[in-house]
Design a protein around this ligand. Structure first.
Ligand code: S3P
Length: 427
Protein backbone atom coordinates (compact mmCIF):
# COMPACT_ATOMS: atom_id res chain seq x y z
CA UNK A 1 0.00 0.00 0.00
CA UNK A 2 1.37 3.40 -0.92
CA UNK A 3 -0.11 6.72 0.28
CA UNK A 4 0.09 9.78 -1.96
CA UNK A 5 -1.21 13.30 -1.59
CA UNK A 6 -2.20 16.27 -3.71
CA UNK A 7 0.43 18.52 -5.30
CA UNK A 8 -0.10 22.26 -5.14
CA UNK A 9 3.12 23.42 -6.77
CA UNK A 10 3.85 24.55 -10.30
CA UNK A 11 6.79 23.06 -12.18
CA UNK A 12 8.57 22.90 -15.52
CA UNK A 13 10.62 19.71 -15.64
CA UNK A 14 12.48 17.48 -17.99
CA UNK A 15 11.83 13.80 -17.40
CA UNK A 16 13.85 10.94 -18.81
CA UNK A 17 11.70 7.95 -19.61
CA UNK A 18 12.91 4.37 -20.07
CA UNK A 19 13.43 2.88 -23.52
CA UNK A 20 10.41 1.71 -25.46
CA UNK A 21 9.04 -1.61 -24.23
CA UNK A 22 7.77 -2.84 -27.59
CA UNK A 23 11.07 -2.13 -29.33
CA UNK A 24 13.11 -3.68 -26.53
CA UNK A 25 11.01 -6.86 -26.61
CA UNK A 26 11.43 -7.12 -30.37
CA UNK A 27 15.17 -6.44 -30.25
CA UNK A 28 15.57 -9.24 -27.71
CA UNK A 29 13.24 -11.78 -29.33
CA UNK A 30 14.48 -11.13 -32.87
CA UNK A 31 18.11 -11.57 -31.77
CA UNK A 32 17.26 -15.27 -31.70
CA UNK A 33 16.53 -15.16 -35.42
CA UNK A 34 19.48 -13.01 -36.48
CA UNK A 35 22.97 -13.82 -37.64
CA UNK A 36 25.50 -11.71 -35.79
CA UNK A 37 25.12 -9.64 -32.65
CA UNK A 38 22.09 -7.60 -31.73
CA UNK A 39 23.03 -4.51 -29.76
CA UNK A 40 20.48 -2.33 -27.99
CA UNK A 41 21.45 0.87 -26.21
CA UNK A 42 18.87 2.58 -24.04
CA UNK A 43 17.00 -0.72 -23.64
CA UNK A 44 14.19 -1.07 -21.11
CA UNK A 45 15.35 -3.20 -18.19
CA UNK A 46 12.07 -4.16 -16.48
CA UNK A 47 10.07 -7.20 -15.48
CA UNK A 48 8.44 -7.63 -18.89
CA UNK A 49 11.58 -7.40 -21.01
CA UNK A 50 13.38 -9.70 -18.55
CA UNK A 51 10.74 -12.29 -19.50
CA UNK A 52 11.79 -12.00 -23.15
CA UNK A 53 15.46 -12.32 -22.16
CA UNK A 54 14.58 -15.47 -20.26
CA UNK A 55 12.89 -16.90 -23.36
CA UNK A 56 15.80 -16.30 -25.74
CA UNK A 57 18.31 -17.56 -23.17
CA UNK A 58 16.35 -20.81 -23.04
CA UNK A 59 16.94 -21.11 -26.80
CA UNK A 60 20.68 -20.69 -26.41
CA UNK A 61 21.06 -16.97 -27.15
CA UNK A 62 24.11 -15.69 -25.33
CA UNK A 63 24.11 -12.42 -23.38
CA UNK A 64 27.49 -10.96 -24.28
CA UNK A 65 27.05 -7.70 -22.44
CA UNK A 66 24.38 -6.44 -20.08
CA UNK A 67 24.69 -3.00 -18.49
CA UNK A 68 21.94 -0.53 -17.61
CA UNK A 69 22.53 1.13 -20.98
CA UNK A 70 23.75 -1.63 -23.30
CA UNK A 71 22.53 -5.09 -24.12
CA UNK A 72 24.42 -7.27 -26.59
CA UNK A 73 22.97 -10.61 -27.63
CA UNK A 74 24.43 -13.32 -29.85
CA UNK A 75 22.21 -15.85 -31.58
CA UNK A 76 22.74 -19.59 -31.32
CA UNK A 77 22.76 -21.83 -34.42
CA UNK A 78 20.71 -23.89 -34.42
CA UNK A 79 18.43 -22.60 -31.70
CA UNK A 80 18.16 -25.30 -29.08
CA UNK A 81 15.09 -26.97 -27.66
CA UNK A 82 14.34 -25.39 -24.25
CA UNK A 83 15.29 -27.68 -21.36
CA UNK A 84 12.37 -26.57 -19.22
CA UNK A 85 9.07 -24.74 -19.29
CA UNK A 86 9.55 -21.04 -20.13
CA UNK A 87 7.96 -18.60 -17.69
CA UNK A 88 6.79 -15.46 -19.49
CA UNK A 89 5.86 -13.80 -16.18
CA UNK A 90 3.32 -11.03 -16.77
CA UNK A 91 4.32 -10.42 -20.38
CA UNK A 92 1.80 -10.94 -23.18
CA UNK A 93 4.36 -9.70 -25.71
CA UNK A 94 6.88 -12.39 -24.66
CA UNK A 95 4.29 -15.14 -24.87
CA UNK A 96 2.67 -14.12 -28.16
CA UNK A 97 5.74 -13.04 -30.12
CA UNK A 98 7.63 -15.91 -28.46
CA UNK A 99 5.11 -18.39 -29.90
CA UNK A 100 5.96 -17.05 -33.38
CA UNK A 101 9.70 -17.51 -32.78
CA UNK A 102 9.19 -21.01 -31.37
CA UNK A 103 7.25 -22.09 -34.47
CA UNK A 104 10.65 -22.42 -36.14
CA UNK A 105 12.56 -24.06 -33.27
CA UNK A 106 12.81 -27.83 -33.65
CA UNK A 107 11.51 -29.61 -30.55
CA UNK A 108 8.96 -29.00 -27.87
CA UNK A 109 8.49 -25.68 -26.07
CA UNK A 110 6.05 -24.90 -23.28
CA UNK A 111 5.16 -21.33 -22.34
CA UNK A 112 3.44 -20.32 -19.13
CA UNK A 113 3.08 -17.12 -17.11
CA UNK A 114 1.71 -15.57 -13.93
CA UNK A 115 -1.98 -15.75 -12.96
CA UNK A 116 -2.82 -12.60 -14.98
CA UNK A 117 -1.11 -13.85 -18.14
CA UNK A 118 -2.77 -17.27 -17.76
CA UNK A 119 -6.16 -15.52 -17.83
CA UNK A 120 -5.45 -13.75 -21.15
CA UNK A 121 -6.64 -15.05 -24.54
CA UNK A 122 -4.03 -17.07 -26.40
CA UNK A 123 -6.27 -18.81 -28.96
CA UNK A 124 -5.96 -15.58 -30.95
CA UNK A 125 -2.31 -16.44 -31.55
CA UNK A 126 -2.55 -20.25 -31.62
CA UNK A 127 -5.36 -20.35 -34.20
CA UNK A 128 -3.72 -18.31 -36.97
CA UNK A 129 -0.44 -20.16 -36.48
CA UNK A 130 -2.13 -23.56 -36.53
CA UNK A 131 -4.94 -23.05 -39.04
CA UNK A 132 -3.13 -20.59 -41.28
CA UNK A 133 0.46 -21.88 -41.25
CA UNK A 134 0.13 -25.48 -40.05
CA UNK A 135 2.23 -24.89 -36.93
CA UNK A 136 1.71 -27.55 -34.25
CA UNK A 137 0.58 -25.41 -31.34
CA UNK A 138 -1.87 -26.00 -28.50
CA UNK A 139 -3.40 -23.99 -25.68
CA UNK A 140 -5.52 -25.25 -22.79
CA UNK A 141 -9.10 -26.09 -23.80
CA UNK A 142 -10.20 -22.60 -22.75
CA UNK A 143 -7.74 -21.01 -25.20
CA UNK A 144 -5.38 -19.86 -22.45
CA UNK A 145 -1.78 -20.59 -21.44
CA UNK A 146 0.14 -22.80 -20.92
CA UNK A 147 0.92 -23.01 -24.63
CA UNK A 148 2.74 -25.94 -26.21
CA UNK A 149 4.57 -25.56 -29.53
CA UNK A 150 6.20 -28.34 -31.50
CA UNK A 151 8.35 -26.28 -33.81
CA UNK A 152 9.72 -27.24 -37.16
CA UNK A 153 8.93 -26.97 -40.85
CA UNK A 154 5.52 -25.51 -41.58
CA UNK A 155 3.70 -23.99 -44.51
CA UNK A 156 3.16 -20.40 -45.54
CA UNK A 157 -0.21 -18.89 -46.37
CA UNK A 158 -2.50 -15.97 -45.88
CA UNK A 159 -3.93 -15.19 -42.47
CA UNK A 160 -6.77 -12.74 -41.81
CA UNK A 161 -6.76 -11.55 -38.24
CA UNK A 162 -10.13 -11.00 -36.55
CA UNK A 163 -8.68 -8.67 -33.86
CA UNK A 164 -6.41 -5.67 -34.28
CA UNK A 165 -3.40 -6.84 -32.29
CA UNK A 166 0.24 -6.02 -33.00
CA UNK A 167 1.24 -8.96 -30.83
CA UNK A 168 -0.70 -11.46 -32.91
CA UNK A 169 0.39 -9.87 -36.20
CA UNK A 170 4.02 -10.01 -35.03
CA UNK A 171 3.73 -13.67 -34.00
CA UNK A 172 2.54 -14.59 -37.51
CA UNK A 173 5.29 -12.51 -39.15
CA UNK A 174 8.00 -14.06 -36.99
CA UNK A 175 6.65 -17.54 -37.70
CA UNK A 176 6.75 -16.56 -41.38
CA UNK A 177 10.54 -16.52 -41.22
CA UNK A 178 10.56 -20.29 -40.68
CA UNK A 179 7.78 -21.05 -43.19
CA UNK A 180 8.40 -22.84 -46.47
CA UNK A 181 6.67 -20.16 -48.53
CA UNK A 182 5.55 -16.56 -48.15
CA UNK A 183 3.24 -15.58 -45.30
CA UNK A 184 0.75 -12.73 -45.59
CA UNK A 185 -1.13 -11.28 -42.70
CA UNK A 186 -4.13 -9.02 -43.09
CA UNK A 187 -5.01 -6.85 -40.11
CA UNK A 188 -8.43 -5.29 -39.56
CA UNK A 189 -6.88 -1.99 -38.42
CA UNK A 190 -3.35 -0.65 -38.52
CA UNK A 191 -1.48 -1.48 -35.30
CA UNK A 192 2.07 -0.70 -34.16
CA UNK A 193 4.48 -1.70 -36.89
CA UNK A 194 7.81 -2.12 -35.10
CA UNK A 195 8.18 -5.75 -36.13
CA UNK A 196 7.83 -4.94 -39.84
CA UNK A 197 10.29 -2.06 -39.56
CA UNK A 198 12.87 -4.09 -37.63
CA UNK A 199 12.53 -7.02 -40.01
CA UNK A 200 13.26 -4.71 -42.96
CA UNK A 201 16.20 -3.08 -41.12
CA UNK A 202 17.63 -6.55 -40.41
CA UNK A 203 17.57 -7.45 -44.10
CA UNK A 204 14.38 -9.50 -44.03
CA UNK A 205 12.07 -9.70 -47.02
CA UNK A 206 8.96 -7.81 -45.91
CA UNK A 207 6.41 -5.98 -48.00
CA UNK A 208 3.66 -3.74 -46.67
CA UNK A 209 0.63 -2.93 -48.81
CA UNK A 210 -1.90 -1.11 -46.70
CA UNK A 211 -3.08 -3.60 -44.10
CA UNK A 212 -1.49 -6.61 -45.82
CA UNK A 213 2.02 -7.49 -44.72
CA UNK A 214 3.97 -10.23 -46.47
CA UNK A 215 7.19 -11.86 -45.26
CA UNK A 216 9.33 -14.44 -46.99
CA UNK A 217 11.77 -16.78 -45.30
CA UNK A 218 14.93 -14.70 -45.18
CA UNK A 219 18.34 -14.30 -43.64
CA UNK A 220 18.31 -11.71 -40.85
CA UNK A 221 21.40 -9.82 -39.75
CA UNK A 222 21.83 -8.50 -36.21
CA UNK A 223 21.46 -4.75 -35.74
CA UNK A 224 22.84 -2.14 -33.43
CA UNK A 225 20.31 0.50 -32.48
CA UNK A 226 19.27 2.97 -29.80
CA UNK A 227 15.84 2.50 -28.25
CA UNK A 228 14.02 5.86 -27.96
CA UNK A 229 11.88 6.64 -24.90
CA UNK A 230 8.59 4.79 -24.50
CA UNK A 231 5.52 6.91 -25.39
CA UNK A 232 3.38 4.71 -23.14
CA UNK A 233 5.59 5.52 -20.13
CA UNK A 234 5.98 9.19 -21.08
CA UNK A 235 2.18 9.46 -21.28
CA UNK A 236 1.97 9.43 -17.46
CA UNK A 237 4.16 12.54 -17.25
CA UNK A 238 2.28 14.26 -20.05
CA UNK A 239 -1.01 13.61 -18.25
CA UNK A 240 0.58 14.91 -15.04
CA UNK A 241 1.48 18.15 -16.85
CA UNK A 242 -2.02 18.60 -18.27
CA UNK A 243 -3.81 18.03 -14.97
CA UNK A 244 -2.64 21.21 -13.22
CA UNK A 245 -2.10 24.84 -14.06
CA UNK A 246 1.51 25.94 -14.32
CA UNK A 247 2.77 22.42 -14.99
CA UNK A 248 5.05 21.70 -17.91
CA UNK A 249 6.85 18.46 -18.79
CA UNK A 250 9.49 17.81 -21.45
CA UNK A 251 10.68 14.39 -22.57
CA UNK A 252 13.79 14.65 -24.76
CA UNK A 253 14.07 11.20 -26.29
CA UNK A 254 10.67 9.93 -27.29
CA UNK A 255 9.60 7.45 -29.95
CA UNK A 256 7.43 9.27 -32.54
CA UNK A 257 6.17 6.27 -34.53
CA UNK A 258 2.69 7.40 -35.72
CA UNK A 259 1.16 4.10 -34.60
CA UNK A 260 2.12 5.02 -31.01
CA UNK A 261 1.36 8.70 -30.50
CA UNK A 262 -2.45 8.67 -30.48
CA UNK A 263 -2.53 9.87 -26.87
CA UNK A 264 -0.60 13.04 -27.71
CA UNK A 265 -2.98 13.62 -30.62
CA UNK A 266 -5.94 13.19 -28.25
CA UNK A 267 -4.34 15.68 -25.84
CA UNK A 268 -4.07 18.18 -28.69
CA UNK A 269 -7.74 17.58 -29.53
CA UNK A 270 -8.60 18.36 -25.90
CA UNK A 271 -6.80 21.69 -26.17
CA UNK A 272 -3.56 20.87 -24.36
CA UNK A 273 -0.39 22.39 -25.76
CA UNK A 274 1.94 19.79 -27.30
CA UNK A 275 5.25 20.92 -28.83
CA UNK A 276 7.09 18.40 -30.99
CA UNK A 277 10.58 18.47 -32.40
CA UNK A 278 12.00 15.53 -34.33
CA UNK A 279 15.69 14.90 -33.67
CA UNK A 280 16.34 11.68 -35.60
CA UNK A 281 14.87 8.85 -37.64
CA UNK A 282 16.95 5.80 -36.79
CA UNK A 283 15.79 3.20 -35.90
CA UNK A 284 12.47 5.08 -36.01
CA UNK A 285 11.42 8.72 -35.87
CA UNK A 286 12.07 10.19 -32.40
CA UNK A 287 12.47 13.54 -30.75
CA UNK A 288 11.47 15.85 -27.91
CA UNK A 289 7.95 16.65 -26.71
CA UNK A 290 6.80 19.30 -24.26
CA UNK A 291 3.29 19.30 -22.84
CA UNK A 292 1.51 22.04 -20.92
CA UNK A 293 -2.00 23.45 -20.63
CA UNK A 294 -5.09 21.87 -19.20
CA UNK A 295 -7.64 19.91 -21.26
CA UNK A 296 -10.42 22.41 -21.97
CA UNK A 297 -12.56 20.40 -24.37
CA UNK A 298 -14.20 17.00 -24.11
CA UNK A 299 -13.10 14.44 -26.66
CA UNK A 300 -14.58 11.61 -28.70
CA UNK A 301 -12.27 8.68 -29.32
CA UNK A 302 -13.47 5.94 -31.66
CA UNK A 303 -12.25 2.57 -32.92
CA UNK A 304 -9.95 4.17 -35.52
CA UNK A 305 -7.87 5.95 -32.90
CA UNK A 306 -7.82 3.13 -30.35
CA UNK A 307 -4.82 1.08 -31.61
CA UNK A 308 -2.47 4.09 -31.59
CA UNK A 309 -3.23 4.78 -27.92
CA UNK A 310 -4.37 1.39 -26.64
CA UNK A 311 -2.25 1.45 -23.46
CA UNK A 312 -2.86 5.18 -22.85
CA UNK A 313 -6.68 5.17 -23.03
CA UNK A 314 -7.07 5.02 -19.23
CA UNK A 315 -5.02 8.24 -19.03
CA UNK A 316 -7.27 9.85 -21.65
CA UNK A 317 -10.18 8.89 -19.37
CA UNK A 318 -8.46 10.61 -16.45
CA UNK A 319 -7.94 13.79 -18.51
CA UNK A 320 -11.59 13.65 -19.57
CA UNK A 321 -12.65 13.89 -15.90
CA UNK A 322 -11.13 17.40 -15.98
CA UNK A 323 -12.43 18.53 -19.38
CA UNK A 324 -15.78 20.35 -19.60
CA UNK A 325 -18.44 18.31 -21.38
CA UNK A 326 -19.10 14.70 -22.23
CA UNK A 327 -16.19 12.61 -23.47
CA UNK A 328 -16.81 9.28 -25.16
CA UNK A 329 -14.25 6.52 -25.65
CA UNK A 330 -15.52 3.59 -27.71
CA UNK A 331 -14.23 0.60 -29.63
CA UNK A 332 -11.74 -0.28 -26.92
CA UNK A 333 -13.07 -3.70 -25.83
CA UNK A 334 -9.50 -5.04 -26.12
CA UNK A 335 -8.76 -3.21 -22.87
CA UNK A 336 -10.78 -5.87 -21.06
CA UNK A 337 -8.15 -8.51 -21.86
CA UNK A 338 -4.99 -6.62 -20.89
CA UNK A 339 -3.04 -7.28 -17.67
CA UNK A 340 -6.41 -6.72 -15.95
CA UNK A 341 -9.81 -5.61 -17.21
CA UNK A 342 -8.70 -2.03 -17.74
CA UNK A 343 -12.16 -0.75 -18.65
CA UNK A 344 -13.54 -1.90 -15.34
CA UNK A 345 -10.52 -1.07 -13.16
CA UNK A 346 -10.08 2.43 -14.66
CA UNK A 347 -13.77 3.14 -14.02
CA UNK A 348 -13.46 1.79 -10.46
CA UNK A 349 -10.40 3.92 -9.66
CA UNK A 350 -11.78 7.13 -11.16
CA UNK A 351 -15.23 6.65 -9.64
CA UNK A 352 -13.76 5.95 -6.20
CA UNK A 353 -12.05 9.33 -6.57
CA UNK A 354 -15.31 11.10 -7.39
CA UNK A 355 -15.32 11.15 -11.22
CA UNK A 356 -18.51 10.71 -13.27
CA UNK A 357 -17.60 7.67 -15.35
CA UNK A 358 -20.07 5.36 -17.02
CA UNK A 359 -18.63 1.99 -17.97
CA UNK A 360 -19.61 0.64 -21.40
CA UNK A 361 -18.69 -2.78 -22.87
CA UNK A 362 -16.14 -1.08 -25.13
CA UNK A 363 -15.10 2.04 -23.22
CA UNK A 364 -16.44 4.85 -21.07
CA UNK A 365 -18.63 7.93 -21.13
CA UNK A 366 -17.21 10.62 -18.87
CA UNK A 367 -18.75 13.89 -17.71
CA UNK A 368 -16.35 16.61 -16.75
CA UNK A 369 -15.09 18.53 -15.04
CA UNK A 370 -15.25 16.93 -11.59
CA UNK A 371 -13.21 17.55 -8.46
CA UNK A 372 -11.33 14.40 -7.54
CA UNK A 373 -10.85 13.30 -3.95
CA UNK A 374 -8.41 10.81 -2.46
CA UNK A 375 -9.55 7.21 -1.98
CA UNK A 376 -8.30 3.68 -1.36
CA UNK A 377 -7.83 2.15 -4.80
CA UNK A 378 -6.65 -1.20 -6.08
CA UNK A 379 -4.34 -1.39 -9.12
CA UNK A 380 -5.40 -5.02 -9.64
CA UNK A 381 -1.74 -6.00 -10.00
CA UNK A 382 -1.51 -3.95 -13.21
CA UNK A 383 1.44 -1.57 -13.67
CA UNK A 384 -0.47 0.92 -15.79
CA UNK A 385 -3.38 1.09 -13.32
CA UNK A 386 -0.96 1.81 -10.44
CA UNK A 387 0.64 4.70 -12.36
CA UNK A 388 -2.76 6.03 -13.42
CA UNK A 389 -3.85 6.23 -9.77
CA UNK A 390 -0.57 7.90 -8.76
CA UNK A 391 -1.04 10.63 -11.40
CA UNK A 392 -4.70 11.14 -10.41
CA UNK A 393 -3.62 11.47 -6.76
CA UNK A 394 -1.74 14.69 -7.59
CA UNK A 395 -5.02 16.56 -8.13
CA UNK A 396 -7.13 14.77 -5.51
CA UNK A 397 -8.26 16.40 -2.29
CA UNK A 398 -6.98 14.22 0.59
CA UNK A 399 -4.76 11.13 0.54
CA UNK A 400 -4.93 8.38 -2.09
CA UNK A 401 -3.82 4.89 -1.07
CA UNK A 402 -2.81 2.52 -3.84
CA UNK A 403 -2.78 -1.22 -3.37
CA UNK A 404 -0.35 -2.98 -5.72
CA UNK A 405 1.91 -0.01 -6.52
CA UNK A 406 4.92 -2.36 -6.80
CA UNK A 407 3.56 -3.64 -10.12
CA UNK A 408 5.19 -0.61 -11.82
CA UNK A 409 8.34 -2.81 -12.00
CA UNK A 410 6.76 -4.53 -15.02
CA UNK A 411 7.32 -1.59 -17.36
CA UNK A 412 8.77 1.31 -15.35
CA UNK A 413 10.82 0.31 -12.30
CA UNK A 414 11.99 3.90 -11.61
CA UNK A 415 8.51 5.46 -11.90
CA UNK A 416 8.13 6.39 -8.23
CA UNK A 417 11.67 7.80 -8.04
CA UNK A 418 10.78 10.14 -10.91
CA UNK A 419 7.48 10.92 -9.21
CA UNK A 420 9.11 11.84 -5.90
CA UNK A 421 11.67 13.99 -7.70
CA UNK A 422 8.93 16.05 -9.41
CA UNK A 423 6.87 16.09 -6.19
CA UNK A 424 9.75 17.74 -4.35
CA UNK A 425 10.40 20.49 -6.90
CA UNK A 426 9.76 23.88 -5.32
CA UNK A 427 9.41 26.99 -7.47
C1 S3P B 1 2.09 -4.50 -27.77
C2 S3P B 1 0.87 -4.44 -28.37
C3 S3P B 1 -0.37 -4.10 -27.65
C4 S3P B 1 -0.08 -3.40 -26.32
C5 S3P B 1 1.00 -4.09 -25.54
C6 S3P B 1 2.29 -4.16 -26.36
C7 S3P B 1 3.26 -4.88 -28.60
O1 S3P B 1 -1.07 -5.30 -27.41
O2 S3P B 1 -1.25 -3.32 -25.54
O3 S3P B 1 1.26 -3.38 -24.35
O4 S3P B 1 4.42 -4.65 -28.18
O5 S3P B 1 3.04 -5.41 -29.69
P1 S3P B 1 -2.04 -5.95 -28.52
O6 S3P B 1 -1.22 -6.13 -29.73
O7 S3P B 1 -2.52 -7.26 -28.00
O8 S3P B 1 -3.16 -4.95 -28.68
Amino acid sequence: MMELSRWEHEFAVEVEVPGDKSLTHRGILMSALAHGDMELTGWLDAGDTRSSLCLVKALGVEIREETPDRLVLRHARPLREPQDIIDCGNSGTTMRLGAGVLAGVAGLSVLTGDASLRRRPMARVAEPLRDGLGVQIWTKRDGRAPIVVRGGPHSGGRVELPVASAQVKSAVLLAGLSAQEAVSVVEPQATRDHTERLLAAMGGSVEVQGRIITVRPSHLTGLSFHVPGDPSSAAFWFALAALGTGRRVTVRSLLFNPTRVGFLRAMEAMGCRVEWSETGRIPESHGAVTVSGRPHRAVVIGPDQVPSMIDELPLAALLATQAPGQSVMAGAEELRVKECDRIQVTAAILRAMGAAVEERPDGWVIEGPTMLHGADVDAAGDHRMAMLAAIAATIAEGPTRIRGHESVAISYPAFFEGYQRVARIRP
